[in-house]
Design a protein around this ligand. Structure first.
Ligand SMILES: O=C(O)CCC(=O)C(=O)O
Ligand SMILES: [Fe+2]
Length: 384
């Protein structure tokens, strides 16, 4: 661990240690307030065009939580070379006065880039780090309403919206698609003012879930499963607070939710991920080569050698596939996903707790299954 910490070029040893211990760290002044102000100004221009006026908070209620710029699913599809999505992205950016491409981090916010690279084990662990851009499409929490949570409040396992990011790939313990969850703060966020809420002991819960499923889990299952799963096992909660220009670096397994924002101040932030050039590794010959992010997983799993890891051969059956996010799916893709999900959840229900069995075994087998069965996953090594 000391060796991995000593390799950090941007994070202080205290920050690196904090990330390993808590699964997240707030890096202060990772980018300039000027950059934050400029991005927020262009977000307000877009919002005002949509009738949400900066100086008239009563207009905020029409969309209490709103995304500006390019929607995340369009961004994902454009980054995969989908021409239609790329054209849509350019059209949206042009319409709202954003540059055709956002500026690369290494030019305008090297500290923000350096801190991320430290957590994933250095520039070699990321494809084209110089291509990583400042995220300038924002998640704006104007006045989300969270007042119906009852006595337990947001720390309650019953609060809606808890999720693990990653609706666009099959989730494995070592998935490279989402190396980190990043929280760019574009406005100051005081406590109770719409700062993202995290369940910090969820990292271990998710690590154990993924370790028990070396065949991977479909992203739609992750989203339906994670919430009840964490209900059973988590108890530590924190919210993101800080100043414009701060960057939260969060382990990709962290379960989190959108907070209510009764403060009267609009909250501007964005939560992109960073893609690894290779899957994470949990059995490195040289322990000094573990990334901070891998160390978090190892810490949570403890006796790692007991788990059955998928081999490259297994990944031929259980593809490390990119999956189209739900809003961009064609009807055909939606059907394939529903069949895949049905089979996966029937299988998982045999080994998961009783509540999961109840949730899943009652589902109907999707229609047109015969026509689509050629596309469904086959279960060999990891089947029941
Ligand atoms: O806006 C927030 O506070 C959280 C957003 C989020 O969880 C996401 O974009 O995946
Ligand atoms: Fe999220």
């Amino acid at each position: 661990m000391q060796e991995s910490i000593a390799k950090c070029a941007t994070l202080s040893p205290t920050e690196a240690r904090r990330f390993i211990e808590h699964g997240w760290v707030m890096v202060q002044r990772a980018f300039s307030k000027q950059i934050a102000d400029d991005v927020v100004a262009s977000a307000w221009r877009e919002l005002e065009e949509r009738g949400i006026m900066k100086d008239a908070p009563e207009t905020w209620k029409q969309e209490p939580y709103v995304r500006t710029g390019c929607p995340p699913n369009v961004n994902i599809m454009a980054s995969r070379g989908d021409k239609e999505a790329a054209a849509q992205m350019l059209e949206i950016r042009t319409r709202y006065g954003l540059p055709a491409e956002s500026p690369p981090l290494h030019e305008i916010a090297p500290r923000a880039l350096g801190a991320q690279l430290d957590c994933v084990g250095g520039p070699d662990r990321v494809e084209e780090p110089e291509q990583i851009k400042l995220p300038d499409s924002l998640a704006v929490n104007l006045c989300s309403d969270d007042c119906n949570l009852g006595e337990e409040g947001w720390r309650s396992t019953r609060a809606p919206g808890w999720h693990k990011d990653g609706w666009q790939y099959r989730h494995f313990l070592d998935s490279p698609q989402q190396g980190l969850l990043l929280g760019y703060l574009y406005s100051d966020i005081l406590p109770g003012s719409g700062g993202t809420q995290m369940c910090v002991d969820s990292v271990g819960v998710v690590a154990r879930l993924l370790a028990q499923h070396p065949e991977g889990i479909h992203p739609d299952s992750v989203q339906s499963y994670i919430k009840p799963h964490m209900i059973m096992e988590c108890s530590e909660f924190e919210e993101l607070t800080g100043e414009a220009g701060d960057l939260a670096i969060i382990h990709p397994y962290m379960v989190h939710r959108v907070a209510g924002n009764p403060s009267g101040r609009a909250r501007f932030a964005q939560f992109p991920s960073i893609k690894l050039s290779q899957p994470m590794q949990f059995q490195r010959d040289d322990p000094g080569e573990y990334s901070l992010s891998e160390l978090v997983v190892l810490k949570e799993l403890g006796q790692l050698q007991c788990y059955d890891f998928a081999t490259e051969e297994d990944y031929m059956t259980y593809l490390r596939e990119d999956i189209t996010p739900p809003p961009s799916r064609t009807e055909e893709e939606q059907l394939v996903a529903s069949v895949e999900l049905y089979e996966e959840q029937q299988r998982m229900a045999l080994t998961e707790p009783e509540w999961a069995q109840q949730m899943w075994t009652k589902r109907e087998r999707p229609d047109r299954i015969a026509k689509l069965s050629k596309n469904s996953i086959t279960v060999s090594k990891f089947g029941s």
